[in-house]
Design a binder for this molecule. Structure first.
Ligand code: P6P
Length: 280
C-alpha cells in the first residue's frame, strides 16, 4: 500500500532534480508559514510533490512546510495516509551549489509521532539518491533509468562525526561543553547547513551526532517537527540509533501546531548517551 506513495515520491524527485539543474534561484515576494522567504524552486517543488501525492487513492491529505494548512483531497473519505513533507530543505544554500534534499513522513490517519509509519528523504547531490525507512532503512541511487538498491543504512554503537547546528553564541552552557568535549575527543566537524546531507553523511559513515538544540535565540530549536524532526527520528531509530530532544525520545512527543519546531539530537547510541548526561 505504501509502495504507490514511494513510487510517486521517486517520480517527483526526478522532476525536482531536473529543475534544480536549470532553475534560477530567485526569491519570490512570498514567505512560507514559518516566515522563511520562498524561492521559486521552493514553490515549484512543493507543487510537484503535492500534485503526485494527492492523486493517490491511499492518500487522504498532505501537509507541507510551504503550505499554511493541511490540504485534503476533495473526496477525503478515501485514503487514510497523510504525507507531511519539506519539498526542498536547504533552499537557502542551493545558490552555493550545496547538496539539498526533500524530507517526507507518512502518517496513518493523523499527524502525530505515534502515527508515523514510514519516512525518508531525497538527496540532490553528486548523485540523486533516496532513503526510505519502514522496518529498516533502504538506500537507493537513480542511475538515469531506474532506482537501484544500494543497501541498508545501519549505525554503529559510536561514530566520530559532529554536526553542531544552531547559532553558537546562543548555545546554552551545557551544550557548549558537550560539543567542545566531542571535538576534544577527536570528532570531525561535518556541518553544511543542509539537514539532509548532514544527517545522510552520519548514516552513511555509520555514526556521530547531529544537533540543533534549544538556544537562547530559539528555545524550541529551528527544525520542524512534522516535516523534518519526526521523519529523521524514525529513520535514526530504524538504523539502530536514537533521536531525542535532549531528555525525551522525540517520537514520544506531542505537538500543538502544524509548523512547530523542536530541539533535536540524532545519533548513534554512544553520542546520544553523552547528550542525555549533558542535559540531565
Ligand atoms: P542554520 C536549512 O535552512 C535548515 O532548515 C536545515 O536544512 C539545516 O539543518 C538548518 O536549517 C541549518 O540552520 O541555523 O545552521 O543555518
Amino acid at each position: 500500500m505504501l509502495d504507490s506513495i514511494f513510487s510517486s515520491i521517486k517520480k517527483a524527485a526526478i522532476e525536482v532534480n531536473s529543475l534544480l539543474g536549470k532553475c534560477n534561484f530567485t526569491y519570490l515576494n512570498s514567505t512560507n508559514s514559518t516566515g522563511d522567504k520562498q524561492l521559486q524552486i521552493d514553490v515549484l517543488s512543493n507543487n510537484i510533490f503535492k500534485d503526485v501525492l494527492l492523486e493517490l487513492d491511499s492518500v487522504k491529505g498532505i501537509c507541507s512546510e510551504e503550505e499554511n494548512e493541511i490540504i485534503y483531497k476533495k473526496d477525503c473519505r478515501s485514503g487514510f495516509y497523510i504525507v507531511a513533507f519539506d519539498p526542498l530543505d536547504g533552499s537557502s544554500i542551493v545558490d552555493s551549489n550545496f547538496s539539498v534534499g526533500s524530507i517526507f513522513g507518512i502518517y496513518n490517519n493523523e499527524l502525530s509521532a505515534k502515527n508515523l509509519i514510514a519516512s525518508g528523504y531525497v538527496l540532490y547531490g553528486v548523485r540523486l539518491e533516496i532513503v526510505i525507512a519502514q522496518s529498516d532503512v533502504n538506500h537507493y541511487v537513480y542511475d538515469g533509468v531506474e532506482w537501484r538498491f544500494i543497501g541498508n543504512l545501519v549505525l554503529n554503537q559510536k561514530g566520530n562525526l559532529n554536526a553542531p547546528g544552531g547559532t553558537q553564541k546562543s548555545w546554552l552552557t551545557n551544550h557548549k561543553i558537550l560539543i567542545e568535549s566531542l571535538f576534544l575527543e577527536g570528532y570531525r566537524l561535518r556541518y553544511s547547513g543542509g539537514m539532509v546531507p548532514d544527517l545522510h553523511n552520519i548514516l552513511v559513515k555509520g555514526g556521530g551526532l547531529f544537533s540543533y538544540p534549544s538556544t537562547n535565540d530559539a528555545p524550541n530549536g529551528k527544525l520542524r517537527a512534522l516535516f523534518e524532526v519526526f521523519p529523521f527520528a524514525f529513520i535514526f531509530e530504524k538504523a539502530y540509533g536514537e533521536a531525542i530532544d535532549g531528555k525525551n525520545r522525540l517520537l514520544d512527543l506531542e505537538i500543538d501546531s502544524l509548523h512547530q519546531s523542536l530541539p533535536c539530537f540524532f545519533g548513534s547510541k554512544y553520542e546520544i548517551e553523552r547528550v542525555k548526561l549533558a542535559y540531565k
